[in-house]
Design a protein around this ligand. Structure first.
Ligand code: CA
Length: 229
């Protein structure tokens, strides 16, 4: 049974969400403030998070950012204001979905189902034994070190391939430039953190339709990069 954490300070809304999700067979935990919500999200195991934006103590922005640095779990953000939803989407916080309150509980359940199914599909195709990784039009052959975007093969340098496959094998996880440098250049003893930025830029030019509006490798504001599921 999938376990869902709801972080929401309006108790009536939290309970309504919980009731609908429980009827659909999910196990649900509610936290009413941002601090305990963040704590639970980081230290307990959940299959999906539903995060309100405005929360006492720690807001939904901060929770989303912290969770993204540590975990690969779908996050649905909710806000009372349409403007906020547009703003947070623009910031690229790394949430998987955004909803404006009030929404219909059945709409929420439908989105929860869709995101859980998407993660399941990806995690099953993304096992270490599986040499071929496929995500939204990208096909990566880890053994042959070849990559196709929408069926068209792209030529990457060895390091570009390493960066892309590392990010794609850890989808939705946000890595800082420092982490990527340590992970992928750590033993080379050459270059510096700016190298990471240069490689990401080159990669985007090769794999993205529009490298100024990347669909695969996203910049997460104030944190780093992630490969979006
Ligand atoms: Ca609130």
């Amino acid at each position: 049974m999938s376990k869902i954490l709801i972080v929401e300070d309006e108790e009536a809304i939290a309970e309504l969400e919980r009731d609908y999700l429980e009827l659909s067979g999910y196990e649900v935990v509610i936290e009413n403030n941002g601090k305990s919500g963040l704590d639970k999200a980081l230290h307990d195991s959940y299959d999906l998070l539903i995060l309100d934006l405005m929360l006492p103590q720690v807001d939904g922005f901060e929770i989303c950012k912290k969770v993204r640095e540590a975990k690969n779990v779908p996050v649905i953000m909710v806000s009372a204001k349409k403007d906020d939803v547009d703003k947070i989407r623009g910031l690229g916080l790394g949430a998987d979905d955004y909803m404006t309150k009030p929404f219909s509980p059945s709409e929420l359940v439908a989105r929860v189902k869709a995101h859980l199914a998407r993660y399941d599909r990806l995690l099953s195709s993304n096992s270490p034994d599986n040499d071929i990784l496929e995500i939204r039009g990208i096909k990566l052959d880890k053994t042959a070190r070849r990559i196709w975007v929408n069926g068209e093969e792209k030529q990457l340098t060895a390091k570009e391939f390493d960066v892309l496959s590392f990010l794609a094998m850890n989808p939705n996880h946000v890595f800082t430039k420092e982490q990527l440098f340590k992970e992928l250049w750590g033993t080379d003893m050459v270059g510096d953190i700016a190298t990471v930025t240069v490689h990401i830029k080159k990669l985007r030019e090769k794999i993205e339709m529009d490298s100024t509006n990347p669909q695969y490798i996203e910049t997460i504001w104030g944190v780093g990069y992630r490969f979006r599921l």
